[in-house]
Design a binder for this molecule. Structure first.
Ligand SMILES: C[C@H](N)C(=O)N[C@@H](CCCCN)C(=O)O
Length: 463
């Protein structure tokens, strides 16, 4: 009884938040790279002869390996088997390697006639497009596995502490990366050449890798302290391990399917939409090319400020299920108005982006902590990996579909520089339809909450 309680590294507020900032930097770099190519769609057409189909194919590449080669599932297994330090470093190395390949495709393999090993077409795509796709696919595996790893890191370092706030802050910091990507892409590409924003991403990711090595030193120390504490408490060997029984338990839970469905539908209307939004801003609303990316990135900027605010509200007041309904309803309004051909005033486009930013803060700040309410901590890593997996199906399929639809149904003319003019009405109707489905699922989730008692409407902090 007289034995003095030893303070662990994460018991110090400054150290645990310091650790969060270090891993959040890696994720910030990942979100920058994820979004930085999107505003360059038109330049890719003029400078590298990409079509909209090429762009959609490339954009869907982020999720290709995650979906068709089950990389998120393997990533989850590796995470549970080999731990956060190994998996985090591996994921970041994949992001660095993938981005380096993407950069090579945009420099060494630029243009329609570029050849690699004597071939200038792979699976019907220009070699440069295919190699960029391959690089972005490898990056996507790293980014998603890093995402679940960082969720697990936060759960480990903040358990019994400011867990929800820490998750909100990490997502908010990631949004800075996204917004930076959207804002700098076009001006930087114009000033320093098309691939330069990708090169900056590569440099940031190398910084992220160094950051992860620094975090690993801290985490190793924490593990040692936890082991000592567990030995002192006689609870050693009781760590959570991956088990196939957990997967079964998760899959039979209706809450899992409703959250996963809402996640894939909602995110399919945000991330893939943003990838095409810069061009929509330029073509339909006549917004200057240099700032179109900044406007397309507005939802990320709004979410940066609002996600922690809404997270705090949910912690104190609850209402998660109702907030997800509200976010989905706002999404319908935004995409529906974007779809109306007669409404083409630039201020409307910006106002809608701001509303999208509010919806993009409401749903994630309610959804991700809701997963933690539905599943016990021992199943959380697996539940996040499975939800990310289902979400990636949309992140692959929707941009691929929109790119194809643009090329087949939406070309309405050509600009002076020879690039296509597109009518975005059909793509926006597709996004509106998906948003309607997300609202239906949000209502079903609220009903399931009442039926199964997930307590989604209850506050997280009990007074
Ligand atoms: C794209 C990625 N799979 C994703 O869904 N990211 C979320 C944040 C998830 C945080 C989970 N603890 C996002 O809104 O960016």
């Amino acid at each position: 009884m007289t034995e003095q309680l030893k303070l662990k590294l994460n018991d110090s507020k400054a150290t645990r938040w310091g650790a969060l900032v270090i891993v959040a930097f890696t994720m910030m770099a990942a979100y920058y790279v994820n979004d930085v190519v999107a505003p360059l769609k038109t330049m890719l057409e003029t400078d590298l002869a990409w079509s909209s189909t090429d762009f959609g194919f490339f954009t869907g590449g982020y999720s290709f390996l995650n979906v068709f080669f089950l990389m998120l599932i393997w990533g989850g297994l590796i995470l549970d088997r080999f731990g956060i330090r190994f998996t985090g470093k591996l994921a970041t190395i994949l992001m660095v390697g993938g981005t380096a390949l993407e950069y090579y495709a945009m420099t060494g393999l630029a243009g329609a006639d570029a050849t690699l090993f004597g071939v200038n077409e792979i699976f019907g795509y220009k070699t440069g497009v295919f190699v960029a796709f391959a690089g972005y696919s490898i990056f996507g595996v790293g980014a998603e596995v890093a995402g679940i790893t960082v969720s697990k890191i936060i759960a480990k370092w903040f358990r019994g502490k400011e867990l929800a706030t820490a998750m909100g802050v990490q997502v908010a910091l990631a949004r800075i990366g996204s917004q930076a990507g959207y804002a700098v892409a076009i001006p930087m590409a114009r000033a320093l050449g098309l691939p330069s924003p990708v090169l900056l991403g590569l440099i940031l990711l190398v910084g992220g890798l160094i950051a992860f090595f620094i975090f690993s030193v801290m985490d190793k120390k924490l593990d040692k302290q936890m082991e000592e504490a567990a030995i002192a408490a006689g609870t050693e060997g009781e760590e959570e391990k991956f088990s196939f029984k957990d997967v079964k338990n998760i899959l039979v839970n209706p809450g899992f399917w409703l959250i996963a469905l809402l996640c894939v539908l909602f995110y399919s209307c945000v991330f893939p939409f943003q990838k095409f939004a810069s061009e929509l801003m330029i073509i339909k609303y006549g917004i200057n090319e240099n700032v179109a990316g900044t406007f397309a990135g507005l939802p990320a900027l709004g979410a940066l400020i609002l996600t922690p605010v809404f997270g705090g509200f949910i912690d104190k007041r609850g209402k998660s299920a109702s907030i997800m309904i509200l976010g989905a309803a706002m999404l319908i309004g935004v995409h529906f108005i974007y779809a109306i051909p007669a409404i083409d005033y630039w201020l409307v486009a910006i106002a809608l982006m701001i509303i999208l930013g509010i919806a993009f803060s409401l749903v994630p700040s309610a959804m991700w902590p809701a997963v933690a309410k539905i599943f016990p901590v021992s199943q959380l890593g697996t539940a996040y990996a499975l939800i990310f997996f289902i979400q990636n199906i949309g992140l692959w399929g929707i941009p691929t579909l929109i790119g194809k639809v643009l090329d087949v149904y939406c070309i309405v003319g050509q600009k002076a520089d020879g690039t296509n003019m597109y009518d975005y009405t059909i793509p926006m109707c597709i996004f509106t339809g998906i948003a309607c489905l997300s609202l239906v699922v949000a209502f079903l989730l609220k009903r399931a909450d009442k039926k199964y008692g997930y307590q989604l409407e209850e506050p997280n902090i009990q007074e």
